[in-house]
Ligand binder design. Sequence first.
Ligand code: NI
Length: 255
Amino acid sequence: MYFDSHAHLNDRRFDGDREAVLQKMAENKVAGMMNVGCSLRSSRDCIVLAEQYPGIRASVGSHPDHADEVCDEILDAYRELSRHPKVKAIGEIGLDYHYEDIPRDIQKHAFRRQLELARELDLPVIVHEREAHGDALDILADFPEVTGVFHCYSGSWEMAQILLKKGWYLGFTGVITFKNARKAVEVVENAPLHRLLIETDCPYMAPEPFRGRRCDPSLVPLMAKRMAEIKGKDPEEVAAVTTENAMRLFRIEKI
Ligand code: NI
């Protein structure tokens, strides 16, 4: 049994065939997913989707691309939405310095405010962090009580060790199946299996041999297979342990 720890099945690109994707997912033994919010609007959509399907859980939060929407009213709305029994995390939140459409100080402020909310609600967080390793670690140092997952982990093994020591999980997408994925492979190789999560980040990040195409949660077994290869373990063990990891982190009792 597999679990997709980071999906965006509410994305418009699934509007035409969402039911078929869920069917294919079940056929491939992907029993559930964390459907991740990126803005107040998409967070609401994630909850609607989670209400419709038993295997789906939801998170609420504003992605760094939407950091400029974060204000008291939005945080109150997240606080309210998080009372829903299917909401299991705050995210995705964080810092993304790759494009910098949103100025860094606005991103940092939004990240801090949502970490405060996670601390208040005692919820794990889903962090999106790209090319902002130092600032992300600096901010998190002020929130020792908050942990969660660094999704689509792109940092070094050195940084991974700091996060693992603090109790964080590391999420990996189809990127580990790419030929040039040296850094991610090194982290997967060295990190303990009980702290790794598998995710599709669909509709993005399709694994080989589907690279560049629309990704969906039915492809999780390909990531598990590659992770098993890297770690020299049995794919079924990787599937079982990473599923348990996601359930432990997001406090899901039964998928
Ligand atoms: Ni995402």
